[in-house]
Structures are given as C-alpha cells and as structure tokens.
Design a protein around this ligand. Sequence first.
Ligand code: TA6
Length: 309
Amino acid sequence: MGTAPNIDYTLMNTRFGLGGQIVFKEGAGGMPLVMVTNSQAHAQISLQGGQLLRWTPGGQRPVIWLSPQAPANGKPWRGGVPVCWPWFGPHATETHGPTHGFARTSPWEITATARLPQGATRLWLRLITQTDTQSWWPHATPLTLQITVGTKLEMTLTTQNNTDIPLTLSDALHTYFAVSDVRQIKIHGLAHGTYLDKTAGGTRHSQQGPVTITAETDRVYVDTLTDCLIDDPLWRRRIRVAKRGSRTTVVWNPWEEKAAKMGDLGPQGYLNMVCVESANALENTLTLAPGEQHSLWVSYSCEEFKPRT
Ligand code: TA6
C-alpha cells in the first residue's frame, strides 16, 4: 500500500473546508478522512484509496454499507465505494499485482472543493502517483474522482491517457449498498442480460427476471447500460443506480461461508450488503487512444419502494 503524505489538517480545513462543510481529520490507524455535511446529506471519504465510505441523505438510513472493522495489513476498507483501477479482479500476468488494481490502496489528494447552488457539496480528488506501482502500470494516466454529495450521490472517475500509445484498462466503482436483508431484495434492470457467473467457472447465462440473492453470487453482466433498481421491501426503499460510460454491471455477495473466511465483513455483515458495481471489465475492457479521456459516471438516489405487480 502506498504511503499517505503527511497531512496538515489545519491547513486543509482552511484551504478546502468551505466554512466547516468539509472537515479533514485523522481516523483510525492514522487514516486521513474527509467529513462532508450539508443541508442535504452527510458523507465520509477516505483519502487512502479515494474511497467514499458513507453517504446518508437526510431522512434516510445509510445508503452505503461499511464494515464495522477498520482495515488492517494495507487492505482497503471493506465497504464504501472502492475504486478498482486499472484492472479488475486479478492482474492479467503479475501474480503479485493487487486484486482490482492499486487505486484503492493508494493515497489520493483533494484538489478542489465547492458548494453547489442547490446545497450539494462537490470535491475533486486525484490519485497520487507512487513509484512502487510503476512495475504494474508504468503509464502516464492521471486518474481523478469527482464526488458530489447531496440528495443524490454522484461520482465521476476519469482516466486520461497522456501517453502516445493506446492503453487497455478496466475500471469499476465497487459500491457496497446497505440493505435490510439481502435475501429479501430484488435487483431490477438486468433482465435478459448476459452474465458470466464467477461462482461457476465464468460460464455464460441469461438473466431471467430480477436478480435475487439466496447464495454466493458473483456475476459480471456484460454489455449493460441501464439503471439498476435495488428494491428493499423491509426498509420500504428503492435505491436507483444510474450510470454512464460503463458497459458492465457486477452483482456480488460472498454469502456466509466465504464471508467468514474473508474475516472483515463483521458478524452477519453479508446479510446487510450487496455490491452493484458500475464497471468496464472482462469483455468490456476499455481501450484509450493517445490523448483520449474516459469517464465513468454514477448517480445513486433513494426512492420510495413500490411493490411491482
Ligand atoms: O466484484 C466482485 C469481486 O470481484 C468478487 O469476485 C469478490 O472477490 C470481490 O470482488 C471482492 O474482492 P476483494 O479483493 O475486495 O476481496
């Protein structure tokens, strides 16, 4: 894991604090955190990993799930919105390459903050280039993340190819959504889509109806552009997952046995989370021409649950 630069919290609060709307502070294990509070929502971001950890719009339960266990041994936080980049899953050739790339374990910095006219708060983050990741990715490809905290949570992950060769890469916002009981939810928006089932050797299947989760689920839906709706009848809530610049949706829940082996989900944690990830992965991997830029945009919002007939 890359080392975070020494942070002068007083200076950061003066420079980017927007009069107290944004507060920089040291979290558990010395991890730099950014707390965002405005009239619409509350959020928390870790500068280690550029990882949004919490987002709670006014009047709602938390929308993003975060493990009660702080990360150990250089791992990213379990939960929130890990940034997977510039590869998804294991590295294609390097066995020591970290799963899902190095962005989620590298330090990021804030480059700007702003109050938006309707009351939301926007933050701009940039991945700090580390020398120890050069062997896996020696390319000049600045990576930025724009986060808007309001009644909606919007995130834009932008990769810029500053080299003079075409580059192939994957990206994902590996979002953990908080749910009442994963066995009760339905995920709409993927019906008739094709998915690769990672619990069954990557075999291809066609989705029939909404996705329900009653066992380990690890599916990569390819060529999917539509919004997903996570219907949660017990909490009377529907989470809308809208996206642009993403051709892949991943649905993941480790279920009981795998969760127990992972050790950082907390007791019964797997029942209260589901990952619905907006990505460009596997057969939807991106190729960026020299000078080209790609943005992956997501928007999350809550609606009242209405049973479907
Ligand atoms: O996106 C699903 C997935 O790739 C699963 O295969 C699963 O292992 C998960 O991500 C979590 O990966 P992590 O490296 O965070 O343990």
